[in-house]
Design a protein around this ligand. Structure first.
Ligand code: T4K
Length: 435
């Protein structure tokens, strides 16, 4: 196992060593399918001059998703956020809806955007998903539904949530943005609740550039959503619902169809990387890899660590700083939790009191690069860096504090993000490293 070429803290880039990587490694680097197949499809759609509005590629894409998930209806959309907004409206959510705070902000915003209050509910620390035992306690007379999030692609406790929803007469949606290609007890994600929402954003393991979909087994709901994503048009000049423009365009569908052809390959690369991370991080005190149930179908698209600073002696943010200096742009998805972002933190300044597990988890999580943009060698280096930092935890902690000289780590990282265009591939130069 590589150990950052030796075992010395001095070799870490933050303390003056050469960065492990000459280019940045990102979390969420897109996987790309066969470029020639994609370009052929794009040529084809240009020849056809049918660029959007229920084109043949979108139709084919929807069919392929229903085949793959075994769900009756798929309505492809421009992104998952709009798909969530439309599904929320179509099932008739109003008042308050119970959601986790441990999610991407879009889950909460899709509600608030329509003046529906997201009521943040705590998670089960073992699964990172909504804790059904706590959901019940959050229900009020204004509650109209629950939105579970299959975080990291790991299914929610769908049985318990369905039981609560049925008994309390609530609608049940799933934000399945992370869970395309995953199953629960052999049944594909997509068929649970009233509807589920996928994301095919560029950063997802399977992408259509931008894109999303609502999938459902409910015929009436599917028909309504199909109209709502097209302004509510039921005929040429006949609008029967309030609607919006949620349509997927043909280039996105072409990308989606091309990505689908490589789906198995993307999953097998992710699976291999997951097993390597698990092997190489094993035994590092205080570092726990979030695990997947390998007996289910799983996309393995997120490599998520939980860092227990009491054991590692180096904090999650210090580890991130170390990794960024090596050009590994680790992320702390989903810090600080939706409840600590606007407008929610102003509306409900004390909601954290009801979210002890969420508050604890957001301080500990860190996502690492995976997917086809990284290989075995890169993963070994990343794991070696983490091992070195933890093996010398107290020393690293003290040296980072000296470098920072009172500055907050994340504001240093944020300034780098702005000053040095995080989205380019140029290597990061962390100013304190040269001190
Ligand atoms: N629900 C959940 C649970 C979600 O996680 C998401 C999205 C949604 C709903 C909404 O789905 P969409 O409406 O987006 O379909 C990213 C993604 O933008 C977002 O889609 C995703 N979740 C979230 C987890 O991650 P950011 O703000 O962290 O992205 P950004 O721009 O920092 O990109 C991440 C890294 O990926 C970059 O450092 C570089 C790399 N990257 C990114 C893009 C776009 C590339 O290398 N190439 C690219 O084209 O939110």
């Amino acid at each position: 196992m590589l150990d950052n070429q030796g075992n010395s803290v001095d070799r870490l880039a933050l303390f003056g060593g050469a960065p492990a990587f000459g280019e940045r490694l990102h979390v969420g680097r897109p996987n790309l399918g066969d470029r020639d197949r994609l370009l052929a499809r794009i040529n084809d759609l240009l020849d056809r001059r049918w660029l959007t509005n229920h084109g043949p590629y979108v139709e084919e894409f929807e069919r392929r998703i229903t085949d793959l998930t075994g769900v009756k209806h798929c309505i492809a959309m421009c992104n998952a956020t709009v798909a969530l907004e439309i599904a929320i409206r179509a099932v008739g959510l109003t008042g308050e809806v119970i959601v986790p705070s441990m999610t991407f902000i879009a889950t909460a915003h899709a509600l608030q955007w329509q003046e529906i209050t997201p009521v943040f509910c705590d998670i089960d620390p073992a699964t990172h998903n909504l804790d059904p035992r706590r959901v019940e306690a959050m229900i009020t007379p204004r509650t109209s539904g629950i939105i579970g999030v299959h975080l990291w692609g790991r299914p929610c406790d769908v049985d318990a949530l369905a039981e609560i929803a049925q008994r309390r007469n609530l609608k049940l949606l799933y934000d399945a943005a992370h869970a395309f290609g995953c199953s629960h007890r052999g049944r594909m994600i997509g068929g649970f609740g009233d509807a589920e929402i996928f994301s095919f954003h560029a950063t997802k393991f399977f992408n259509s550039l931008e894109g999303g979909a609502v999938v459902t087994n409910n015929d009436d709901l599917a028909a309504k959503i199909r109209l709502m994503k097209n302004f509510g048009f039921a005929g040429l000049d006949d609008v029967i619902y309030i609607g919006t423009n949620g349509k997927m365009n043909e280039v996105s569908a072409a990308m989606g169809l091309t990505s689908l052809e490589s789906l198995d390959e993307f999953i097998s690369v992710n699976h291999r990387h997951y097993k390597q991370y698990r092997h190489e991080l094993a035994g590092i005190p205080g570092i726990r890899l979030t695990t997947y149930d390998e007996s289910e179908k799983c996309n393995y698209q997120y490599i998520v660590l939980e860092i227990d600073a009491a054991e590692t002696q180096v904090t999650r943010d210090e580890l991130m700083y170390i990794l960024w200096a090596e050009n590994v742009v680790a992320r702390r998805y989903f810090y600080p939790g939706c409840h600590r972002m606007e407008p929610y933190r102003s509306y409900f300044p004390h909601s954290g009191l009801l979210l002890p597990e969420t508050e604890r988890l957001v301080q500990r999580v860190m996502s690492l690069p995976t997917g086809t943009a990284v290989g075995e060698w890169e993963i070994s280096r990343i794991c070696g860096i983490i091992r070195t930092a933890v093996e010398h935890g107290p020393e690293v902690h003290e040296r980072v504090a000296r470098l920072l000289d009172g500055q907050d780590i994340y504001s240093v990282l944020e300034s780098l993000r702005h000053e040095r265009a995080l989205h380019s591939d140029a290597a990061l130069e962390l100013v304190p490293a040269t001190r």
